[in-house]
Ligand binder design. Structure first.
Ligand SMILES: C[S@@+](CC[C@H](N)C(=O)[O-])C[C@H]1O[C@@H](n2cnc3c(N)ncnc32)[C@H](O)[C@@H]1O
Length: 219
């Protein structure tokens, strides 16, 4: 296990205990993200770094009949999420790392990752994992802090002091776009949510670039 993952477990195992207070801003954010994802009935959604399970709960409230999955590296977060979602059928929460997802290739229609990505030790590896487990035409919705202006810098300093976030991975808007491209995503869209949060949406191509170029060679 990498040092950053050990830090995340320590930090989020602690914060998980204060879910009634600490999770309030995340509750409003989850409502907003659920509406943007807006999954169609019967589809499967995996939330990576699912925390207390707030987004999964909002997705369930928005559209019944979804197959919902969550994964988080913090055992205490997983415990709280399981309690919160106990009454919902078709939901599975696992403890595990975003860099090594325990799911088969081409499994999910949607992947969400909200304010977790900057904690992942190997950003490209974790994006490649998201790509691998998405179905062709599936979409990832990733919201994370990004390097922009002065307010973002102040927020980073505050976060470092309050949450003791050491060695996290934060990129510019262009840096995140480049990582998405390197991981293989297409139709990449980016929206600034506020001055320091960026939502990036990417799609897994119907055919991989390799298959497409082989097909073209044969023509
Ligand atoms: C700020 S919380 C956000 C929780 C949730 N996504 C939300 O918006 O309510 C970040 C979450 O990411 C999880 N996390 C951090 N690093 C991770 C990793 N490498 N793999 C999986 N989960 C991770 C933490 O344990 C924590 O629950």
């Amino acid at each position: 296990m990498q040092k950053l993952e050990e830090n995340s477990i320590k930090q989020f195992d602690f914060w998980a205990r204060f879910h009634q207070i600490f999770s309030i801003p995340f509750y409003f954010l989850s409502k907003e993200i659920a509406k943007i994802v807006n999954p169609t009935k019967g589809t499967s959604v995996l939330d990576i770094g699912c925390g207390w399970g707030l987004l999964l709960m909002e997705l369930h409230n928005l559209s019944r009949g979804l197959k919902l999955y969550g994964i988080d590296i913090s055992p205490n977060m997983v415990h709280v999420a399981k309690l919160k979602l106990a009454k919902i059928d078709d939901v599975e929460i696992l403890e595990g790392s975003a860099d090594n997802l325990p799911y088969k290739d081409n499994s999910f229609q949607y992947v969400t990752c909200i304010l977790s990505f900057h904690h992942h030790p190997d950003s490209l590896r974790s994006l490649r994992e998201m790509y691998r487990i998405l179905k062709p035409n599936g979409k990832v919705f990733l919201l994370d802090p990004f390097k922009s202006g002065l307010i973002a810098k102040i927020m980073m300093v505050v976060n470092n002091i309050v949450f003791q976030e050491k060695d996290i991975r934060v990129y510019t808007k262009e840096g995140i776009q480049k990582l998405f491209e390197e991981a293989g995503f297409v139709n990449i869209q980016q929206r600034v949510r506020n001055t320091y949060h960026l939502l990036t949406i990417g799609e897994k191509a119907r055919r991989s670039k390799l298959v497409a170029s082989k097909e073209e060679e044969l023509l």
